[in-house]
Design a protein around this ligand. Structure first.
Ligand SMILES: Nc1ncnc2c1ncn2[C@@H]1O[C@H](COP(=O)(O)OP(=O)(O)OP(=O)(O)O)[C@@H](O)[C@H]1O
Length: 234
């Protein structure tokens, strides 16, 4: 199985002068292609910190982060921004769409940064919006869409540059049960398509779907449980 991402003895220490907070204390784990990884843990256990480091939004104080075997923890800001754009698809609890842009334009955005030509960009954005069930909402702006639809746009945007993995932070956190289930179904579909998913969630139904459950407590990994089908595993 291809290893897409690896953390080696990662520490994150927030230095507040008098006080130092050890948010991550020697975290090591690997993610393989096609896995559906769920990160769970109590409040304050370090999940957001871990997600920021996995997403190259922050750097560890100590330790290594490798994406497709390449060490990202020591990269400069520009290179890191490129890795984020090309290799990671982000899905946030609050969607984070640009309000002035249509669904189609929001999905096009990561491809603009990646230098994809306009025609190809539009074709792919349309295809991705159709994949998430929004083929009839291409020209709607975020405030003309429901929460669930906005999250679908965000998922289409996350897929735009065919990332190495999708990183999601409480993707059903702002949604009612029924809409949350639809998003869950969409994640299931992505998993079945062979996408690698890394999700922080409190949603127990989502936890049930994962193929790798990572339990974090007090900045340390308490346990990693692998189970179920990993699609694309050849
Ligand atoms: N920027 C920061 N500066 C100082 N301490 C921080 C910072 N961010 C997080 N922490 C501390 O690091 C620890 C881990 O926080 P983190 O936000 O990663 O936890 P979490 O598991 O995501 O919590 P929650 O589920 O409540 O969102 C906490 O003790 C928190 O107070």
């Amino acid at each position: 199985m291809k290893k897409v991402m690896e953390l080696v003895d990662v520490w994150k220490i927030y230095d507040l002068g008098e006080v130092k907070v050890e948010a991550l204390r020697g975290v090591s784990f690997e993610v393989f292609e096609g896995e559906y990884v769920i990160i769970i843990g109590p409040s304050g256990s370090g999940k957001s910190t871990l997600l920021h480091i996995l997403g190259c939004l922050d750097r560890p104080t100590k330790g290594k982060v490798l994406i497709e075997g390449e060490e990202v923890s020591r990269m400069g800001d520009r290179r890191l921004a490129q890795v984020r754009n090309r290799k990671i698809g982000f899905v946030f609890q609050s969607y984070n769409l640009l309000p002035r842009l249509t669904a189609l334009e929001n999905v096009e955005l990561p491809m603009i940064y990646a230098g994809v030509p306009a025609k190809e960009r539009k074709r792919r954005a349309k295809e991705l919006l159709e994949l998430v069930g929004l083929g009839d909402r291409l020209h709607h702006r975020p405030n003309q869409l429901s929460g669930g639809q906005q999250q679908r746009v965000a998922i289409a945007r996350a897929l735009a540059n065919d990332p190495v993995f999708i990183l999601a932070d409480e993707p059903t956190g702002n949604l009612d049960t029924k809409t949350g289930e639809e998003i869950l179904e969409l994640f299931r579909k992505l998993h079945e398509m062979g996408k690698t998913l890394v999700v922080v969630t409190h949603n127990l139904e989502m936890v049930d779907e994962g193929t790798c459950i990572v339990r974090i407590r007090d900045g340390k990994i308490e346990g990693v449980e692998r189970r179920g089908v990993v699609y694309g595993d050849t």
